[in-house]
Write a protein that binds this ligand. Structure first.
Ligand code: PLP
Length: 284
């Protein structure tokens, strides 16, 4: 993949960084992942806005407009049509101590463009339904910040994988279900969409927000209310959303089928609306 490392373009495997970078020592960095359709960055403004929020909340000072320019240049030079742009900003390199460095430190800014398989919906094929497991939400209390501290997410994702599943959905100690390890969670109950409110306990998904707009377009009500763990398998439909996940039906939770064990009609309607929204934008 082609990378942009602090403004210089190079192959990703040639980027070198110090072990004293605080991202290596402390996970002291924030990131974004943006989908590329037909060589164009989808929902770019929303992602850059969320990056500004993450940077501000962790007090890393970086120039997002400059990152935007670099990203546009490197995306064009990469020639990637179907892909994902990864952006990471670390606090920078400094002697190891917990409190922030007091001497001026330069953030390390990485962008790279990765090619991905075209979405199945682009080929007019249905996206396969997902099997998920539930797993405790071990994360910290500021999940609205998209930080690279992802150990709890990684452990949950590994638990899903070794159990032959596609994603883990995270359960709070109070019994509410928040989101997936790398996706947002929605349910369908009596024809309305249900999803956890975007407070500090979840990442405010860009695709989640898009689904709100798509739901409005096709006349579905959205209720921001957390799903309860004990009622998960009684819901009409469950689906996940995310930048690379797009809209994906959940067909099985912890070995128990959801609905009739296939992607439900409301989920399918939203998948169709998502596909149309991308096509309409590409036509502009
Ligand atoms: N929730 C978590 C914890 C995530 O890591 C992600 C994506 O990486 C999402 C939700 C989905 O967010 P988005 O739709 O912005 O990709």
């Amino acid at each position: 993949p082609l990378a942009n490392w602090n403004g210089d373009e190079m192959p990703l495997d040639q980027v070198r960084v110090s072990v004293l970078d605080r991202a290596f020592l402390f996970g002291d960095a924030v990131y974004e992942a943006i989908r590329v359709y037909s060589g164009r960055a989808w929902l770019l403004g929303e992602h850059l806005q969320r990056l500004r929020h993450s940077l501000k909340e962790v007090q890393i000072v970086a120039d997002v407009d400059r990152l935007h320019e670099r990203l546009a240049r490197t995306l064009a030079n990469s020639d990637v049509q179907e892909g994902v742009i990864y952006i990471q900003v670390t606090r920078g390199e400094a002697p190891r101590r917990h409190a922030f460095p007091k001497e001026p430190v330069t953030p390390n800014e990485l962008i790279y463009i990765k090619e991905v398989e075209p979405s199945p919906t682009a080929a007019g094929e249905p996206r396969p339904g997902m099997r998920v497991v539930t797993f405790p939400d071990w994360r910290w209390k500021r999940c609205d910040i998209k930080s690279t501290n992802l150990l709890a997410n990684c452990i949950a994702a590994e638990h899903a994988e070794v159990n032959g599943c596609d994603e883990a959905i995270l359960v709070h100690h109070d019994g509410s279900v928040s989101e997936g390890s790398r996706s947002s969670l929605f349910a369908v109950r009596a024809g309305a969409l249900l999803t956890a409110p975007a407070d500090e306990s979840i990442l405010p998904g860009i695709t989640r927000q898009l689904v709100f707009r798509l739901a409005d377009r096709i006349g579905l009500r959205v209720i921001e209310e957390a799903v309860r763990h004990e009622t998960l398998t009684q819901l009409d439909e469950l689906f996940l959303t995310g930048t690379t996940t797009e809209v994906a039906g959940i067909i099985d939770v912890d070995g128990r089928p959801i609905g009739d064990g296939t992607t439900g009609p409301v989920t399918a309607a939203l998948q169709d609306a998502h596909h149309r929204a991308v096509q309409e934008w590409l036509a502009t």
